[in-house]
Design a protein around this ligand. Sequence first.
Ligand SMILES: [Zn+2]
Length: 282
Amino acid sequence: MDRQKVILVMIDALGDAAARAQCGYLMGLVEAGQARLWRMQAVLPSLSLPAYTSLHSGTAPAEHGLVSNDLQAMAPAPHVFSVVREAGGVTAAVAERLYALLFNAAPFDDVEHLDVTDGPGWVTHGRFYTEVRHTRFNPSMPGDHDICNSATLLLRRHAPDYLLVHSAAADAVGHAFGADSFEYRHQVWNMDNELALAIPVWRAAGYRVLVTSDHGMSAEGRHGGAEADMRPVPFWDICGPEICGSDGGEREGTVSQLAVAPTILKIMGLPIPQSMRTPPLV
Ligand SMILES: [Zn+2]
């Protein structure tokens, strides 16, 4: 498949305000006109499984049916992974196990589904992790350094057309300490700092990099509803000077999270299914 390749970085539970305040690398790209930044409204319920599905299907939870984290089933196609695969492309992911469950096989097998190479599911090459038995003092997370380097390794070995990179630590830390805490703010900055190291490598390999989140996080450490800090998330398009031209910078207003899936497919030059009714951002 000879198309523009895309990496979607999903920083779990990264609210829009925290993103703009803490992500110095990404905001520096926006300020220099090398990236575009939208304020994006997350779907309802503002939960992981519903939003992971909506980010890839372009449909609302009320429509795709995965309306609770307790409903652990595969995401109905079409979605970004299925469209890329059916066009003959290769997909990959470094992500929390819910992504394996949604796009490869349900239920998730803690051993067999943890590491997939040339698998038959929608995610061709997957490096998955779990949060099993996490605590306040041990979130049981892989480090962001390892997540980004695993993504770089997948890219070197398999050159996937679409690669999802998912860091879930801000969600775990946010639940433990709340969004108005040193711990949450530092974790958000930490991932931004890892992206400062990884994004130049990924862009040099020819990838267009998009960065967003599934939902925000409240000061008391919750999400799921429509409180002020639960729905607004950032969406960055690291287009670079060659594509952004004089069109980089921050965008006015708020766009829908349902625009992410068609935006990815539009950048890749792939057909956008009729079920994705929200216009792409680019
Ligand atoms: Zn959460």
